[in-house]
Design a protein. Structure first.
Length: 397
């Protein structure tokens, strides 16, 4: 079956017609800001924007992800793909908006500035507002001393909110180990410990997708992270295998194609618990491929960087096999509009490893390694953005 790139081209080829994104001079001043508001919700503030007379342009995909939506730019065609309220909107370079065999009569051409894309304000107040079913306003604020705290631009913000996802829960028990050990219980214990560890840094906010033995749909986990506009998503799991000698820890980030057969089977095992296919099959539509992949497309490099940090930190404390950083089509990572990883901390089917993982001292080492990974990733992001980070790192217990 053709890959998602072919699907993008088929959806966008008829729209592009060789159009070129407009180039415009910078028009925004540092003291200015633009406020984006949906319905009666609090305004989202941007200091990174373009202004051309009365026309305002907000950064893509930052303005989209700030609304808890997902967006992807196809470099082959120049078209933009935006998923909102379960619908796929396609915006061509010349500004034609198509959705479910319908086009909007007005053009909404994006603009490019120094390699970055910006969406026109009337795209938010027009087509997007119609899809969301709520009024959307985009307002320029020229005041040099605005009332109330000014939020940071999405491009200026380091990691401030982390969502931790304890795998499985409720009727979905996950892998099993000796003595009635269940993956759902282990992942919750690790998640609660990790939240406590990260909370020692008062600049971080930490949210769990579940705080008790409850079942949460896979899609709802990333949806929560998107709604909260999280900066990082960590899904915690434990492995199992038919071979009782299988051992080790590994960290995954998303790909529609698995690194190897073993990774594909693992994704199938994790996904099938709630009746989800591990990877697209011939019955899957091009649209399903795009929707499953587009949210993470903008974050794959950061997801890989964070996964590498996690694996390296765990290798310092885990006395077992380092299985490396891999990719696989885990449903829980799809649609996450931020860097996202899935961590397999060990094999419950391995008697010795299961006993080790259940020890409080081992669990503490694991969560400290994960916390250090988060702090290191935040420092990396801050250096890239040139933003100072005031941090209080956790102390070892």
């Amino acid at each position: 079956m053709p890959g998602p790139g072919a699907a993008y081209q088929r959806l966008a080829r008829w729209m592009t017609a060789g159009a070129i994104l407009a180039l415009i001079p910078a028009a925004s001043l540092a003291a200015e800001r633009v406020e984006l508001r949906v319905g009666s919700a609090s305004a989202i503030t941007f200091t990174d924007f373009l202004r051309d007379g009365e026309l305002l342009f907000l950064p893509f995909p930052e303005a989209i992800t700030a609304l808890g939506l997902s967006g992807f730019a196809d470099p082959a065609t120049g078209s933009l793909f935006i998923r909102a309220s379960g619908k796929l909107m396609v915006l061509s370079p010349q500004g034609l908006v198509a959705m479910e065999n319908r086009t909007f009569p007005q053009a909404f051409p994006p603009r490019r500035q120094q390699g970055s894309l910006y969406l026109p304000g009337n795209f938010f107040t027009g087509p997007l507002a119609e899809v969301l079913g709520q009024p959307v306003t985009v307002q320029w604020i020229p005041d040099q001393n605005p009332a109330g705290p000014l939020q940071m631009s999405a491009r200026q913000a380091p990691v401030r909110l982390v969502v931790i996802d304890p795998g499985h829960g409720g009727d979905d028990e996950g892998a099993h180990g000796p003595g009635g050990l269940e993956e759902k219980d282990l992942t919750l214990k690790l998640a609660l410990r990790l939240r406590s560890e990260l909370a020692k840094d008062r600049t971080l906010r930490v949210v769990l997708t579940r705080e008790a033995d409850t079942q949460v749909e896979l899609g709802k986990r990333a949806e929560l992270a998107n709604h909260l506009q999280a900066d990082l998503f960590i899904s915690l799991h434990a492995n199992a295998a038919r071979s009782i000698g299988a051992a080790g820890f590994e960290t995954f980030f998303l790909s529609l194609s698995a690194t190897d057969d073993e990774s594909h089977k693992l994704a199938a095992l994790e996904n099938v618990a709630l009746g989800v296919k591990a990877a697209p099959d011939p019955r899957a539509s091009d649209l399903e491929l795009i929707l499953g992949d587009m949210a993470q497309a903008e974050h794959l490099a950061d997801s890989e960087a964070f996964a590498t940090l996690v694996q390296e930190r765990l290798s310092r404390v885990m006395q077992t096999e380092n299985r490396g950083v891999k990719q696989a089509p885990f449903r829980v990572l799809m649609q996450a509009a931020m860097p996202a990883v899935l961590v397999e901390v060990g094999f419950l089917s391995n008697m010795d490893e299961a006993r080790s993982i259940t020890r409080p001292e081992t669990q503490q080492k694991i969560v400290q390694a994960l916390a250090e990974s988060v702090f290191s990733f935040r420092d990396r992001q801050a250096r890239q953005l040139g933003v100072p980070v005031n941090k209080v790192k956790p102390k070892s217990e």
